[in-house]
Design a protein around this ligand. Sequence first.
Ligand SMILES: [Zn+2]
Length: 285
Amino acid sequence: MTRLLYTSDLHGSQAHYLRLLTVAEFLKPDLVVLGGDLLPDDSAIDPKVLGHGQPEYVRTQFRENIVNLRESSGCKDVLVIFGNHDWASSVPAMEELARADLVTILSHTRRVRVDGLSFLGYSCTPPTPWFVKDFERLDKPGDRPPLLGGACWNSRFSRPVHHGAEVLFEDVKTIAEELAVVRAPADPWVFVIHAPPLGTNLDRAYGNKSYGSQAVREALETHQPLMSLHGHIHESPTVSGSWRDQLGKTTAINPGQNSRSLCYVFAEIDVGAGKIVSVESGQQA
Ligand SMILES: [Zn+2]
């Protein structure tokens, strides 16, 4: 039996990371999975700070939080993806933590396997009204760029480069094109994707409008993982009334998030039988 604790969209909130520590200490999961938007927003005003604050945070407070999490819960690994609020400048810092065996960064091209349960991950969302664009893509070929631009990290010059949306999304693959290379593992597997699938209980913003990804939905319908874990639309469970949905054989989950309590999901998976034995949502005040 694999016991998995999942939460998303902590946005560098120290109160949330301490709540996660409390929950993990109590539940003693085998694996902790973090579904993106891990880091605090940098100031969007001072160009000298922009894109530099997050890697500094990863190397200091985030690292300390992960060390404490692993020590107090005894979990075997902490699996992470990024989200649309995270700068690409944080990737090398997170890779340092991965080399120190503190976290494992999931991707859609390389399977990670723990006790017979496999994981793939994908960090990008369709375009948002927010400023950082490193982990944003147009959803499908032929989609029109949004009106608002933003900035992408330029690693060569070590600073963000500001552009209109037409330029930002030009010559960048769409989510559908990137996910086209996914090969479903033969084992029972979990797909961790920051963006929820379009038109489900998991992608409803206030006003009940869907902001998920059609390409993500199609990838899940095609590859049918045992479970998919999402975030991004914090209010969706409140708006839709549910933190889960079913796409064929795939149980898709977005625990949601808010500032007053940590929203999480705890699942027990019988890997040998390829079955979810139980899955529950919880909140830690
Ligand atoms: Zn978020």
